[in-house]
Design a protein around this ligand. Structure first.
Ligand SMILES: C[S@@+](CC[C@H](N)C(=O)[O-])C[C@H]1O[C@@H](n2cnc3c(N)ncnc32)[C@H](O)[C@@H]1O
Length: 598
């Protein structure tokens, strides 16, 4: 069989599109034509797709390369960093990102790496980050910083130490007055077996909504009713040189590299070693290429499978036995005892999240299996999983099954972890996603374009569910899957929800065609009250949690009083600002000004 392809442009979906009409449709059609249900069809696809992938010169089309350390690139990136550092440019964050990239390309103990650390130390000194400056000097020395330049480093070290001593003596008084930040708690007693869920929430199931969450008491605006931990998370690729790839802390000034790839950087040896143990060993060889050829779903699917394997002490046959013994229909996320749940139990809960397999069209099913088969091949060729599987067909088959399943699960159960990107000059802060994650209990929430709850990412990476509109006893809690009526018009929302989540949305916003924010603003006459809110926004711009707390109460009261006015401008803007208050108090606010530094 010969195959001709259109321009593949690195992306697997484009490669798949080129192959669908010419090869895949006919090939799979003949072997799956008699199947009536999706499960059988997907099984046939899984059996056949490996052969199709083997026949396709995917490596050339996708321009796949290994990801070796590369001293020439390390030098190039350092020079780019120097250009950003130049006194006429002074784009320090951008410079740090280039130095970090340089560090990932440089080999261990090389002069290239030492020089990039040393250059980072100059920026740290400039930004008065003296401890970070000293940390970089230590890293540069440990990486064989050249003797011929040693005097420069010594001078910088002395300057940083002196400045640090002066800063510390000035800060002594302030240290003692630093206030403890309050830990967020549920607003009601927790379920007996679920410390992360308020005991007024119940899980129900019906044909229209599948599993969904209902309250058995009136919920007030501002109530916190769930605080869930993720089973798996993945750093957004744009933050690869800004945040630690394990704990996600914004430690760009002192990141250290993975020695195996040019993507993962960590804030400490401890995070590096935990990430390697828990997942990175199974993705290190392919993660750079995977990001190049796909969006985040295949990457988080691979991460989930890696976490699952680690959960079973890297014993694939134990994982296979666990799944063979698992009665999926008996797993009820609200009936589990989460107090005594092991990570294996959490894995079982994630494993039964919705896949939408029955609702997918053949082409979509084929695409997911095609990608999973490609992932399977790459992982066996380029990661430790190749030697772990060896020639054992059971293990290889299990891996393919898991890749298909977790591509499906992650497609409809991933959520952003967010922070506030704060630009002090104009007081605007934007909600930015820094990672994707899968939270098993929060995944039980269905969508509405005019949601009544909001997910807030806490500083420790957990996610709280905040009530933003009153919810009557017996009513459903509705999350928003990042497709809100304030931001998108009805047709666009419905198409996106159908395509990604396979349901037709008939929420109140879709039924009554609620307006987008621009339309609301257009029709607005500035009343005294609206002017008052504008004033409040200036205070929120300070991001001072103490000030913000006062306004949060005002918003809660107003949102309760005005609930029936929704979606007028006052109610909608109070809701958005209440969410922002919570983020300021309990979430992470970045002062790096990253948007202005792109
Ligand atoms: C994160 S899950 C929510 C829990 C899901 N209902 C279940 O049974 O596991 C997302 C999936 O739920 C379904 N869903 C979410 N919101 C819905 C809605 N408003 N109406 C109907 N189905 C919805 C869709 O199938 C979607 O892909």
């Amino acid at each position: 069989m010969s195959c001709t392809l259109k321009d593949a442009n690195f992306d697997v979906s484009i490669l798949f599109d080129s192959l669908w009409d010419s090869i895949i449709k006919a090939w799979l059609g003949s072997s799956s034509r008699n199947n009536v249900n999706a499960e059988d069809t997907v099984e046939v696809f899984k059996r056949e797709m490996g052969q199709i992938v083997n026949m396709v010169p995917y490596r050339d089309f996708l321009k796949l390369r290994n990801d070796p350390k590369d001293p020439a690139k390390a030098i190039k990136m350092r020079h780019k960093g120097n250009d950003m550092f130049h006194p006429h440019v002074k784009r320090y964050i951008q410079a740090i990102k280039f130095y970090n990239e340089s560090i990932t390309y440089a080999t261990r103990g090389s002069e290239e790496r030492a020089l990039a650390y040393a250059n980072r130390s100059i920026i740290c000194l400039e930004l008065q980050r003296y401890e970070d400056c000293l940390a970089n000097i230590r890293l540069a020395r440990a990486s064989n910083y050249p003797e011929r330049l040693a005097a420069k480093l010594e001078k910088r070290e002395l300057d940083a130490k002196q400045a640090l001593a002066a800063k510390n003596s000035n800060n002594d008084a302030a240290k003692h007055t630093k206030r403890e930040r309050k830990r967020l708690e549920l607003s009601y007693p927790a379920h007996k077996n679920m410390p992360q869920v308020a005991n007024c929430l119940e899980l129900q199931k019906n044909e229209k909504f599948g599993r969904h969450v209902v309250t058995n008491r009136l919920l007030k605006v501002g109530d916190v009713v769930m605080i869930d931990k993720p089973f798996v998370t993945l750093l957004a690729d744009k933050y690869r040189y800004v945040r630690c790839a394990y704990c996600y802390h914004e430690t760009l000034f002192t990141l250290i590299p993975c020695e195996g790839c040019t993507v993962a950087m960590y804030c400490s040896d401890e995070c590096l070693s935990k990430a390697h143990q828990q997942y990175h060993r199974y993705e290190c060889g392919i993660i750079r290429e995977l990001w190049k050829i796909s969006g985040d779903i295949p990457v988080i699917a691979l991460r989930s499978v890696a976490v699952a394997i680690a959960t079973f002490d890297h014993d694939l046959l134990a994982l296979e036995k666990h799944l063979a013994d698992l009665d999926e229909s008996s797993v009820n996320l609200f009936a589990m005892d989460w107090k005594s749940a092991t990570t294996k139990d959490t894995f079982s809960a994630v494993h039964v999240l919705s896949t939408n397999q029955q609702l997918q069209r053949r082409r979509e099913q084929a695409y997911l299996v095609f990608f999973a088969a490609l992932l399977h091949k790459l992982v066996l060729e380029r990661t430790e999983l190749g030697s772990i599987c060896g020639t054992n067909l059971t293990k290889k088959r299990l891996l393919l099954d898991l890749f298909v399943r977790y591509m499906q699960i992650m497609q409809c159960n991933n959520q952003w972890l967010t922070f506030l990107d704060h630009v002090p000059e104009n007081m605007i802060s934007d909600n930015e996603g820094y990672a994707k994650g899968c939270f098993p209990l929060i995944s039980m929430l269905n969508h509405s374009c005019a949601s009544n709850v909001k997910r807030i990412t806490l500083r420790d990476g957990r996610c709280a569910v905040l009530v933003t509109r009153p919810i009557a006893a017996g009513s459903q809690l509705f999350d928003n899957y990042e497709i809100h009526h304030l931001k998108h018009e009805r047709d666009e929302r419905q198409n996106a929800l159908q395509k990604k989540y396979h349901f037709r949305c008939d929420c109140e916003a879709c039924l009554f065609d609620y307006p987008e924010v621009e339309d609301l603003l257009e029709d607005t006459v500035p009343t005294t009250r609206l002017l008052y809110y504008n004033d409040v926004l200036k205070h929120l711009g300070s991001h001072d949690p103490e000030k913000v707390k006062q306004f949060m109460v005002t918003y809660q009261v107003r949102l309760t009083e005005m609930a029936d006015n929704y979606p007028d401008i006052e109610t909608c803007s109070c809701q958005v600002e209440l969410e922002r208050c919570f983020q300021i108090i309990y979430g992470y606010v970045s002062k790096l000004n990253l948007r202005c530094q792109q």
